[in-house]
Design a protein around this ligand. Structure first.
Ligand SMILES: [Zn+2]
Length: 233
């Protein structure tokens, strides 16, 4: 894992979850010159049409499309992801070395056990990363904000706290999703690309909610502050 820092870090259970949930937000932050990283927790394999090598290539291609500052994979076990103490330490070490101010994690209600485990793991690792007098790599660090993005296997939009205008970055989001051919296109027949179209519909809906073309929703567990009311659309 490269020793560099990011301002924003998206923790994803599987390669493609970060792009599905908040690819437009990442594109917007990057267009504004921010340092944005994605840490995938697992390879995402096995899947019907993927291989580990192919998934790595797809994730690398999507990262290039978005222009990510950094992307890594923690190498935890797909389909068996659990919020164990050793996994917590590894994610906490990533927080301590990458030192993000804001960490994005999956929304806390989901049908996929890996997603539920990823949320629990990230919440625990955020706290664990600030501990002193440990053998963990890096210096103590507490990400100031934990925000929740929606990459759920439930058709829900409960608890939305705010919506980011992603009208400008939505094209990049779609191009990034199109890199994941093994997940959304190959072997799908007439359903090829249906997931991407679903994401387009949902993001268009949220865009309408804020009088913009496309939007991505987020949830919070802590009170959210605004530097200025000017930031409200
Ligand atoms: Zn996933």
């Amino acid at each position: 894992m490269a020793e560099r820092t990011v301002e924003y870090l998206v923790v994803a259970p599987h390669p493609d979850d970060a792009e599905l949930g908040m690819g437009g937000t990442m594109a917007g932050l990057l267009a504004g010159g921010r340092r944005v990283g994605v840490l995938d927790l697992t390879s995402g394999e096995p899947t019907p049409f993927g291989t580990p090598a192919r998934r790595r290539r797809e994730a690398a291609a999507a990262s290039r499309v978005l222009g990510l500052t950094w992307r890594g994979n923690l190498g935890l076990r797909n389909r068996e992801l659990e919020a164990t103490l050793p996994a917590r330490v590894r994610l906490a070490e990533a927080f301590r070395t990458l030192r993000p101010r804001v960490v994005f994690v999956p929304y806390w209600r989901d049908a996929h056990p890996d997603h539920l485990a990823a949320t629990a793991l990230a919440v625990q690792a955020r706290f664990h990363a600030k501990l002193t007098r440990t053998r963990m790599r890096g210096e103590p660090h507490y990400p100031a904000r934990l925000l929740f993005y929606y990459c759920t296997h439930l058709r829900t939009h409960a608890d939305v706290a705010f919506v980011v205008d992603v009208s400008d970055g939505f094209g990049a989001k779609v191009r990034a999703l199109e890199c994941y051919r093994s997940q959304f296109y190959d072997g799908r027949g007439e359903q090829a690309g249906a997931v991407v179209e679903y994401v387009r519909d949902v993001n268009r809906y949220w865009g309408r909610m804020i009088n913009r073309e496309f939007g991505e929703p987020f949830a919070v567990q802590e009170t959210l502050g605004l530097a200025t009311p000017e930031a409200v659309l």
